[in-house]
Design a protein. Structure first.
Length: 294
C-alpha cells in the first residue's frame, strides 16, 4: 500500500499531460512562445501560494542550481517538442519523443549505481513494439529526417536527462519548492530566448490565450506536481516508461475532439504498450538467465 499514492499521482499526471498534444495541434500560438507562457503562467499561479502558505524552502546552493538546471532542461524539451509537432506530424514527434525510456535506461546503466532491472528492458521492448503498432508500420516508410525529426529526438534526450536529474534533486527537495525554482528558471530562460528570437508575446485570439492558460494549469501545474511527487517515490526508469501510456490516451482524445480515427490496429498496439508498462511494475525481478534458459 506504500506505493499506492505515488502510482495514483503518476496516473493523474499522465492524464493531465495527455491533452497537451491536442492543444498544440490547434496551432493557436507559435511553439516557442507557447512553451514560455506555459511556464510563466504556471509560476505566476504557484509562487503566491507557496509564499503565502510558507511552503517554500530554499535548498542548499547545489540543489538550487540543480533545480534551475531542471527548469532549463524541461523548458527546452517542451520548446523543441512544440516546434517538432508544428513542423511535422504530431505522430512522428510523439513517437520520437517517447524514445525517452531508452535514453533513461542507457544513462542509468552508464552513470547510476542503481542499474535498470531486466523487467525494465523487457517492458521497454514490449512497449516500443506496442507504440510502433499503434502508429502503424507503414508510418516509418514516411519519416522525414529533417529539422523536426532532429528536434523530436532531442526532445526525448532532454526529457530523459530531466527525469534523472530531477530524481536526484527530489530526494533532497520538496515538490513545491522544486517546482517553484524550476519554473522560475524556465520562465526567465524561455523569456530571454523568445525575446532574442523576436517571438510575438501578444496578438493572440481569446481562444489562444485560454489554451495557454489551460496548458499552464492542467499540463504543467497539475501534471508535473503529480509526476514530481511520483518521481520522489518511484524509479526514474519506471516513470519514463509509464509516461508512454499518454500516447494511448492522446489517441482517444484525438478521436473524441479532433475526429481522428481509431483502428483495430491502434487498439491492439495500445494494449501491447500498456502490457509492456505493466511488466515494469511486476514486483519480482525477471531473471534474463532463467527467461532464456532451456
Amino acid at each position: 500500500m506504500k506505493l499506492t499514492k505515488p502510482r495514483l499521482a503518476l496516473i493523474c499526471g499522465i492524464l493531465c499531460i495527455s491533452i497537451f498534444p491536442i492543444l498544440v495541434k490547434l496551432r493557436l500560438t507559435p511553439g516557442l512562445i507557447s512553451a514560455f507562457y506555459r511556464m510563466f503562467f504556471a509560476v505566476t499561479l504557484l509562487l503566491p501560494y507557496v509564499l503565502l502558505s510558507k511552503n517554500f524552502k530554499l535548498p542548499s546552493l547545489k540543489f538550487t542550481l540543480l533545480a534551475m538546471l531542471c527548469g532549463v532542461l524541461f523548458s527546452s524539451d517542451v520548446a523543441v517538442w512544440n516546434i517538432a509537432i508544428q513542423d511535422s506530424s504530431a505522430t512522428q514527434a510523439s513517437l520520437l519523443t517517447n524514445l525517452s525510456p531508452v535514453w533513461v535506461g542507457i544513462c542509468s546503466f552508464l552513470f547510476l549505481k542503481s542499474k535498470p532491472a531486466a523487467n525494465f528492458w523487457i517492458g521497454t521492448i514490449v512497449s516500443l513494439f506496442g507504440m510502433v503498432t499503434l502508429v502503424g508500420f507503414s508510418f516509418f516508410m514516411e519519416l522525414n529526417f529533417n529539422q523536426a525529426f532532429l528536434f523530436a529526438v532531442l526532445s526525448g534526450i532532454l526529457y530523459s536527462i530531466y527525469l534523472l536529474v530531477s530524481k536526484n534533486v527530489l530526494s533532497q527537495v520538496d515538490v513545491l519548492s522544486f517546482m517553484t525554482i524550476s519554473l522560475l528558471a524556465s520562465s526567465v530562460y524561455l523569456g530571454i530566448l523568445c525575446y532574442s528570437l523576436n517571438q510575438p508575446f501578444t496578438g493572440f485570439s481569446d481562444t489562444g490565450w485560454f489554451v495557454l492558460v489551460l496548458q499552464a494549469v492542467i499540463c504543467q501545474l497539475c501534471a508535473w506536481l503529480s509526476i514530481s511527487y511520483a518521481t520522489q517515490h518511484m524509479r526514474a526508469t519506471r516513470i519514463s516508461l509509464s509516461l508512454l501510456s499518454q500516447a494511448v490516451i492522446t489517441s482517444i482524445l484525438a478521436w473524441l475532439f479532433l475526429e481522428e480515427k481509431i483502428t483495430l490496429q491502434m487498439v491492439f498496439g495500445g494494449i501491447i504498450l500498456l502490457f509492456g508498462i505493466r511488466i515494469t511494475f511486476y514486483d519480482k525481478t525477471i531473471s534474463l538467465k532463467k527467461l532464456f534458459s532451456k
